[in-house]
Design a protein around this ligand. Structure first.
Ligand code: HEM
Length: 363
């Protein structure tokens, strides 16, 4: 798919489907004071705008070289998408921004079955970078680190990816199921206003932003790979080969629960039915999912360490993400996954033009 442009009312990376190469990097801010924060967000904007434009990077203060050179003398243009989000720690006394905090923003809640490692949680600023090529992502990350040295430092980082269609449709996650099928229609502005973009009830500066939930969820793949396909399918409620709901049709057919009130075909506690029971009341809790796979090597006892970088965009954390996460508390899938990290962030409104910068309406 085509790469979204850098300028607009919303950050371009939010609506597009996940790209093959991504990196999630959470930073802690080391600046103090509003004007230093403003300078940091200007620098971040300039760096990401330039990285999206491609060409030859301009020199910055800390070095005399014209960039890291990872992409050669003439970097590709329109190859990068970025999403910048702020954590609740920014809206505190150190910047005098207590009154400007998005209403629901707070440190990530701990849910049933979570085994959160503080080293993989939180951060003041989350930068998600994505591209068709990994070197474009790493070039942008290196340029950001180079330009913002002294103003923020990395807290955690996870590389992630999406698979190509196998054989078609949504990419498969590392449990072998197509992931990213159901959700709001990203071409329907009314739905996006209702479910994704901030507006009513939030500070005026936040309009056009979105609460961005990231969860680093480990998959216990050795255990999962011993489970029969039919049992795996009942855990999700969809076919493993085609992605179709167990009530029939194709990947894009909406599951019909009215014909299956007792859950004979799609169990009541299956992942898709618990997450979205498709009742009139549950329509309000839908949100936009943007998830990637990750591979983090091998753990200390020799088990494969891989999983899902789950992402969700919503305009009311509690009505949407938290409600759905609580509905999933006792789902059978919980035996095969362990949430280990992540955070709640607020994806900033878009950078509107060449003179605008991230958070301009906030500062
Ligand atoms: C749907 C996998 C975690 C919410 C799905 C589907 C799969 C899947 C295969 C069906 C295909 C699709 O519609 O995309 C996983 C895996 C997870 C995980 C492997 C963890 C490792 C979560 C979490 C949430 C969530 C943490 C929310 C708190 C949903 C929702 C749907 C869904 C809302 C769509 C249901 C519908 O509208 O039919 N997930 N998921 N998932 N998942 Fe997950």
């Amino acid at each position: 798919r085509a790469i979204a442009g850098f300028h607009g009312a919303h950050q371009g990376g939010v609506l597009g489907s996940p790209l093959p190469a991504a990196t999630f990097t959470a930073f802690d801010l080391t600046v103090t004071g509003r004007s230093e924060l403003s300078a940091l967000l200007h620098t971040l904007t300039d760096t990401l705008r330039a990285q999206t434009a491609g060409g030859i990077p301009a020199p910055v203060g800390v070095t005399t070289t014209a960039g890291t050179g990872i992409l050669g003398p003439d970097a590709p243009g329109n190859a990068l998408e970025s999403i910048v989000g702020l954590g609740s720690g920014v809206f505190t006394g150190r910047f005098g921004l207590q009154g400007a905090k998005p209403r629901r923003l707070r440190p990530m809640d701990t849910f049933a079955n979570d085994q959160l490692d503080p080293a993989w949680c939180g951060g003041d600023l989350l930068l998600t970078l994505q591209s068709h090529e990994r070197d474009v992502v790493l070039s942008a990350l290196r340029e950001v680190c180079r330009a913002t040295r002294g103003a923020m430092q990395i807290r955690w980082k996870q590389d992630a990816f999406t698979a190509p269609p196998r054989p078609s449709g949504a990419p498969r996650n590392l449990l072998g199921f197509k992931d990213g099928i159901a959700g709001p229609d990203t071409t329907d502005d009314a739905q996006l206003r209702k479910l994704v973009w901030s507006g009513a009830g939030e500070p005026a500066w936040a309009a056009g932003g979105s609460y961005y939930v990231v969860r680093r969820i480990r998959m216990l793949v050795e255990f999962w790979d011993r489970v029969s396909t039919s049992e795996q399918e009942r855990i999700f409620g969809r076919r493993k080969d085609s992605g179709a709901p167990l009530t029939g049709g194709t990947e894009t057919t909406a599951p019909d629960y009215t014909d299956d009130p007792k859950g004979d075909a799609i169990p009541l506690d299956s992942h898709i039915r618990s997450a979205n029971p498709r009742t009139p009341q549950s329509a309000d809790s839908q949100f936009l999912r943007r998830s990637y796979s990750y591979d983090a090597g091998v753990d200390s006892v020799g088990n494969l360490d891989m999983g899902l970088m789950f992402g969700a965009f919503n305009n009311d954390l509690d009505r949407q993400f938290v409600t759905v996460q609580k509905r999933l508390a006792d789902e059978p899938l919980a035996d095969y996954i362990t949430p280990v990290g992540g955070g709640y962030f607020f994806a900033l409104p878009g950078v509107r033009n060449a003179r605008d910068f991230y958070g301009s309406a906030l500062l």
